[in-house]
Design a protein around this ligand. Structure first.
Ligand code: SF4
Length: 212
């Protein structure tokens, strides 16, 4: 099966299996998602969702967060780990949002990447979930699953995976496809031992029965 055909079939099967997949970070205003995405690095979405209400209650706008005492941001985001770096990036990012973009989150990859602490993964998520644009969020689940299934060459480099997926996943399917990969990666195609016997992709996956 050619990669484009394989991709169509994977999209169809995952759509049937996970019709309601969405981002597991709570989504409020665009700038709030930007903050949550930064906090989610090496942290669970659940922990981030538990942490941000206090931050957004105390600092309810990009300007308020940009002007906040960094030690207070550090204290609030401490449970998410890497708190010093994350607090610094959040404050700088909110400051740039206010100074350069009038307090609004930009809607192009180039502009998003110019914000402190925002990489391609975060930018793709914002483009898809906030602006409804094509969105190839190459996180650990996406990289692992697309490699195992045979949609990519198995590269672990997020940019390489993104570029390979851009050639075979239709733009309008891209955002939901990546959210479904996260759900499937958590439930079935786990990092340790994939549960191929329970997998809806087992008839078409290149690496089915990986551990047998
Ligand atoms: S068949 Fe196995 S390796 Fe392939 S996607 Fe399913 S769980 Fe993962």
């Amino acid at each position: 099966m050619r990669k484009k055909e394989l991709a169509c079939e994977v999209i169809r099967l995952l759509q049937k299996e996970y019709p309601d997949s969405v981002c597991t970070l709570d989504t409020g205003d665009a700038w709030q998602l930007l903050v949550s995405v930064r906090l989610a690095a090496q942290c669970t979405d659940k922990r981030v969702n538990e942490t941000v209400p206090e931050l957004f209650k105390k600092y309810p706008s990009p300007r308020a967060l940009a002007d906040a005492d960094i030690r207070d941001i550090e204290k609030i985001v401490h449970p998410c780990g890497l708190y010093k770096t994350k607090a610094r990036d959040i404050k700088a990012c909110m400051n740039m949002l206010c100074e350069r973009f009038g307090g609004r989150v930009p809607d192009t990859m180039e502009e998003l990447l110019s914000l402190p602490g925002v990489g391609r993964k975060s930018a793709n998520l914002i483009l898809g979930d906030i602006f409804g644009k094509e969105s190839y969020v190459c996180d650990t689940h996406c990289i692992r699953l697309t490699g195992r299934i045979g949609l990519t060459d198995g590269s672990k480099d997020p940019l390489s995976v993104e570029m390979q997926l851009r050639k075979i996943i239709p733009p309008e399917e891209s955002g939901a496809f990546c959210h479904r990969l996260v759900d499937h990666g958590r439930a079935v195609c786990k990092a340790g031992r994939p549960l191929c016997e329970n997998c809806v992709l087992s008839d078409i996956c290149k690496n089915r029965n990986l551990n047998i």
